[in-house]
Design a protein around this ligand. Sequence first.
Ligand SMILES: [Zn+2]
Length: 500
Amino acid sequence: MPAVIPAIIPAAVALCLGSMLLFSAYDQSHSFELVASARAEGLPELGEAAQSDFSPLMERRIGYALYQQMRATPEAYLDDPDVEDYLNALVRKLTRGVPSGNVDFTAFGVRDNSLNAFAWPGGYIGVNSGTVLAAQSESELAGVLSHEMAHVAQHHIARMVSTQNRDSWVQIATLIVAVLAARSNPQASQAAIMGGSAAGIQNQLNFTRDFEREADRVGFQILENSGFDVRGMVGFFERLQKSVRLYENNAPAYLLTHPLTTERISDMDNRAQQRPYKQVADSIEFRLVRAKLAIDMEPRDVSMRTLEATARNARTKVDAAAWIGVGYGRLRARDVAGANEALTQLQRNGINASMVDHFAAEIQAAQGRWDDAIRMYQKSAQRFPAAHSLRYGLIDAQLQAHRAPDALNGATEQLKLYPRDDRLHELQARAYAQLGKIASQHRATAEAYALRGQLHEAVEQMEYAQRAKDGDFYESSRIDARLRELRQQLVDERKQQGLN
Ligand SMILES: [Zn+2]
């Protein structure tokens, strides 16, 4: 799969150049903070590109800044904790097979039905919904992910920095931004594509092909080490190649610049042929996630027909997972009885997963039966301690039931474990709001904004918190200290913009 990784470096570099094009589509001026830290850590100005060095800490910072941008872009970020729980569980399984080890991966879904996945430095892996839907088996999806994880594990971005010249960086940057911008602003991306299609792109093609080959090879190893069917990788890449042909002149920009060659596919095929045939069953979660995504991402009537046919004719447990898609489709259409029937079918088929429990609780929630939903979430969260979706669902149901002290307690306890979870800060803010604690409410909202890199909004909320004056001494000191920090970050960011 073509890599979006080159995006990162050019991003930082083009910001140094003062090119606003890069993040204009997202309006993410907070990225300038990144440049400040990049300079502090010795990321070179363009002229010194050849001697550049990219520390793992720097990689992590850049990846995190990009991830924040993604989280703050609802058009692109696939905000479904069930999908995120699943992708991260799959990535954790694959991480055990990474030869070099010691990289933490964070996976997230991208709301886009085209076939794609990409890697950002520091271990951030984005997967388009279209990729999950197009994968015919879990091994295929695992193959795509392990290719992307290989780009990260092999530090391709860092290596790109030390070999790329300034012109090609800018070219790549332009193209990558075009791709990222396509969802939110088609016109901006058109302009960017035209601006970026100069000769400079050609300069980095060979380089990228080397990285692609290496990511294929290491990705294959990860897939094999993790117990998946290595033929899955080949099958998927063949389908991707066909989809590229289908696009012809309209191929997404970076598919054009990062061609999936016949050579790459036959290399992978050769490697796979040397391994004994191994049938690996799909996990039930893979099938559940696909069915839920089909309902949310494809035309409802079409996906309902397909899912209903699969569900009614299911001979195996994994095929019966299609019922969850049918159930969500009916629930969205306010057909509670129909949703309950789908739930019964899932249970009758012995499908035991956090997603099924989540769906069951959502049926109760849809009828305003909050106490029942709360009981279900509480029971289920104990059975599936790794499922974030159930904990968000529980706190939300407690808020809906006006049980603010319980919700506040839950959010606060979870934040001790996951202090960087912006969803938890938001839930905590809602609990404070119900309790009439205005200062704390704005402080929690500010933290949620800050975690998504929206510094301006974070400062504004923290100022509201300071003005509210209903916090105790401890809360007030905390607000004052955080406001100072956030203002300083904003000043640094603006200074950086002024320099450019
Ligand atoms: Zn790649």
